[in-house]
Design a protein. Structure first.
Length: 280
């Protein structure tokens, strides 16, 4: 009798827990836009024509460069949005080149095992797909675990050109890249403060920490992976900008100095810079 009441009480607590978690999930974090198709194409062309000298040099130095028309098409659906700041999707180039170079180094050491990539901040899926493309182009197997509060299978508007077709799930939005998704990407929904802890991972070869932009969150995410990286493993950071995200700057500086990561800083445009941190 007592056991049965205890079981029912536990079940009730569990249901309340699920309900609270659901309440915390964003319904539709992006607003619907009503721009014309032509306006999106114009914005996409302007963003595509932007020159980033430091990224050109970085690609030349590493010897890897993502196919521009492939990137522009992906960006049209996942990066060309209405926002106050200037559109810039050059982080896809940085991720592609950095990961390709990392994979080539593994190849030279005759390592051909599957690798694990971790990303916080999936958003519409742009950066995860750029990394999946690097895996495919370099003939590597591997999984990209990408974490976000935004659900994968809930129809919503994405503040992008696809909104003209009605609400879509993230999987529907990314259907043209389904092959890369199926082969390499695992979407994990929820707050990284909980989900990262509940994922038991081995080595994290390569990471892109692009979720919450506070000092505490970046440090928390770093602490979840720091003991899972070996010499040569990489973490990439976006939005290294003191004006906009002082918390990221403070966290990245602290991580590189205190936890022995060699850093390469790349400046793309005003207020847009990346840090590629390689474990020493
Ligand atoms: C800057 S965007 C990521 C952009 C994406 N990497 C790209 O290249 O398109 C940040 C994302 O992090 C997610 N995010 C913020 N805080 C989070 C948290 N605590 N847990 C999970 N996701 C979070 C947001 O929902 C948002 O989609």
């Amino acid at each position: 009798m007592f056991k049965s009441i205890k079981r029912k009480f536990k079940k009730l607590l569990q249901l309340i827990g699920y309900w609270l978690v659901d309440l915390g999930k964003p319904d539709s974090p992006f607003s619907k836009t009503n721009l014309s198709f032509d306006t999106y194409i114009r914005l996409a062309k302007e963003a595509s024509n932007e020159k980033y000298d430091e990224i050109d040099s970085y690609e030349a130095l590493l010897g890897f460069k993502v196919d521009k028309s492939w990137l522009d098409e992906l960006a049209l659906h996942t990066q060309i949005v209405i926002k106050d700041s200037k559109l810039c999707y050059a982080h896809g180039r940085v991720l592609y080149s950095s990961l390709s170079s990392y994979l080539t180094n593994l190849n030279q050491k005759n390592v051909d095992e599957e690798i694990t990539i971790l990303e916080t901040g999936t958003a519409r899926g742009y950066s995860a797909i750029c990394m999946a493309k690097a895996l495919k182009d370099n003939g590597f197997g591997g999984k990209i675990l990408t974490f976000d509060l935004i659900p994968n299978e809930k129809k919503m508007f994405w503040n992008c050109i696809d909104d003209q077709d009605g609400a879509k799930t993230r999987l529907e939005l990314l259907n043209p890249w389904k092959e890369l998704l199926d082969e390499h990407i695992i979407f994990i929904e929820g707050d990284t403060r909980h989900t990262l802890k509940s994922c038991s991972l081995g080595r994290v070869n390569f990471a892109f920490l692009d979720g919450a932009h506070t000092y505490e969150d970046v440090m928390f995410e770093f602490f979840q992976i720091k003991d899972k990286q070996l010499e040569g493993d990489v973490i990439v950071y976006d939005d290294y900008s003191n004006n906009l995200f002082p918390g990221i700057v403070k966290a990245v500086d602290h991580i590189c100095k205190e936890y022995k990561y060699e850093r390469k800083d790349i400046f793309a445009a005003d207020n847009r810079a990346y840090v590629i941190a390689t474990k020493k």
